[in-house]
Each structure stands twice: as structure tokens, then as C-alpha cells.
Design a protein around this ligand. Structure first.
Ligand code: KIV
Ligand code: NA
Length: 277
């Protein structure tokens, strides 16, 4: 299909067509997202946990994210590509935020970037938008600052906290964000945000009322061993299949069943005869 643009997303939202986003972190996952026909691909800093083995999203570096994003870019033609600004790469100043966002665009070929939280991030989002780079917001459970939020738990469950999340979403829209991720919030709060914000909202653990949904690639495919939150639906259990396949390879090598004749190269008979002479 034709490359997805910001106008495509706004049009789909206006038509009431749900938007689909998945994360991807390398060339094969990008090829899968492309073939499946998603609207947006996020090179999430969830890569820290899903592919780099860190305990949280906090340690992943900008260079690590850029390497993954560039690999995704090489596998992607149609969906809009969003790069997730990692913890520590945008908070310090508007200049730092713009410089980091520019690296995602110039070095990794991203179409847009995403950053977490309202508050101080609102001004960073505005600065990046002013520099000509589309920005996606992210409110509710924001994993980069989960410690300050009291851990990986749903947010906005009291009226006061809910109003704070709503305010963040409104401010991010005013700052020029083209879409906002809502993570792990009660459905009632999602409905309020959707009423008050006109850009597409993309939910993860925010219920069915958002303009779109996002899941982490490794979660939806069953490729992640660790804890998965209640909002995750597993559409496959690929880890099991992968372990079984590699286990069969082990057995066949040890049992001398692999390689078989069809996996072997051969010389022409006359060359073979000369070799043995
Ligand atoms: O890093 C990530 O995968 C994300 C999505 C869950 C929105 O931020
Ligand atoms: Na993220």
C-alpha cells in the first residue's frame, strides 16, 4: 500500500477506522509488521527488556535505540515509523530533545518520535514539533518513570490522578502532538480523554474507546518470558515453537540425522574421481 502519513491517520480516525500499531526492533520484525498491514510501527524503548535483556526501559542508550530503529527502517515501507526517545535523551533541555529527535530522523530514518509524560515533557514536545519533527505523546503509565509512579501499575484510578492524566493529554495535544499513547488507565478516564482531545489516542491497557491500539511485538507473539500485564493478549506462542525447533536441531545433530543428503553439495563425478586419485 501507499506509505501511511499523518493525514492518513487523521482520516482513519475521522472515518472511525481503528489504528493499529505494533512495536518492532529489527529487520525481521519490521518485515512481519509490513506484511501484516499495521498502520504504525514503534521502535519502543521496550526493546530494553524484550531484545536487550535489561530489567526495565531505563538503561537503554540512544545509540542502542538508533541501531534498532535503523534496522527496522530497512525492513519497512508502508507503516509510519515512530522512534521512542529513551530515558535521559530528551529531558534536560529543548536543545537536547531536538538534537535527539533529529538523530532518529537523520540516522535511523524515523518519520516521528515519541516521548513520555506531560509536565516538563510538554515543552520538549513543542520544541521538537517546532523543529519539524512529528511527536507522539505517552501518558498514564510511563515506564521510564515507573519508580516515581509507584511501580508498574495502572494510573489515574482516583479522580485527582485521572484529572492529572487528562491535563497531560490536553497539554500534549496543544503542544502539537499528532497522537497520544494512553497506557494502563481505567476505561472511564480514556473516555474522558477521547472526548477532550481531538488527535488520535492509541491505547495499551486503556480499553476499547481509543482511536487505536498498540501491543508489544514480543508480548502478542508470546516471545517474552517475563511478566506480561493483564492487557496483553497472546496471539501466538512463538517462544514454545522456537525452543522446540532448536531442540529438534540439537537432537538431529546428536543423532546424526542432520545434515541429510539433500543438504550436501557435490562435485561433478569426474572432478571427484580426480580429487581421489
Ligand atoms: O516502548 C514501548 O513498547 C511503548 C509502547 C508500549 C507504547 O512505549
Ligand atoms: Na516506550
Amino acid at each position: 500500500g501507499r506509505p501511511v502519513t499523518l493525514s492518513t491517520l487523521a482520516e482513519k480516525k475521522a472515518l472511525g477506522e481503528p489504528l493499529v500499531m505494533v512495536t518492532a526492533y529489527d529487520y525481521p520484525s519490521a518485515r512481519v509488521a509490513e506484511a501484516a498491514g499495521v498502520d504504525l510501527v514503534l521502535v519502543g524503548d521496550s526493546a530494553a527488556m524484550t531484545v536487550l535483556g535489561y530489567e526495565s526501559t531505563v538503561p537503554v542508550s540512544l545509540d542502542e535505540m538508533l541501531m534498532l530503529a535503523a534496522a527496522v527502517r530497512r525492513g519497512l515501507r508502508t507503516p509510519l515509523l515512530v522512534g521512542d526517545l529513551p530515558f535521559g535523551s530528551y529531558e534536560r533541555s529543548n536543545e537536547q530533545a531536538v538534537a535527539t529527535a533529529q538523530r532518529f530522523v537523520k540516522e535511523a530514518g524515523c518519520d516521528a518520535v515519541k516521548l513520555e509524560r506531560g509536565g516538563p515533557s510538554v515543552e520538549r514536545a513543542r520544541a521538537i514539533v517546532d523543529a519539524g519533527i512529528p511527536v507522539m505523546g505517552h501518558v498514564g503509565l510511563t515506564p521510564q518513570t515507573a519508580t516515581a509512579l509507584g511501580g508498574y501499575r495502572s494510573q489515574g484510578r482516583t479522580a485527582e490522578q485521572a484529572l492529572a492524566v487528562l491535563r497531560d493529554a490536553i497539554e500534549l495535544e496543544r503542544a502539537g502532538c499528532f497522537a497520544i499513547v494512553l497506557e494502563a488507565i481505567p476505561r472511564e478516564l480514556t473516555i474522558e480523554i477521547v472526548k477532550r482531545v481531538s488527535v488520535p489516542t492509541i491505547g495499551i491497557g486503556a480499553g476499547p474507546d481509543t482511536a487505536g491500539q498498540v501491543l508489544v511485538f514480543h508480548d502478542l507473539l508470546g516471545l517474552f518470558e517475563g511478566h506480561t500485564p493483564r492487557f496483553v493478549k497472546r496471539y501466538a506462542n512463538l517462544r514454545e515453537q522456537m525452543v522446540a525447533a532448536v531442540r529438534r536441531f540439537c537432537e538431529e545433530v546428536r543423532g546424526r540425522a542432520y545434515p541429510a543428503d539433500e543438504h550436501c553439495y557435490e562435485m561433478a563425478p569426474d572432478e571427484s574421481a580426480r580429487l581421489q586419485a
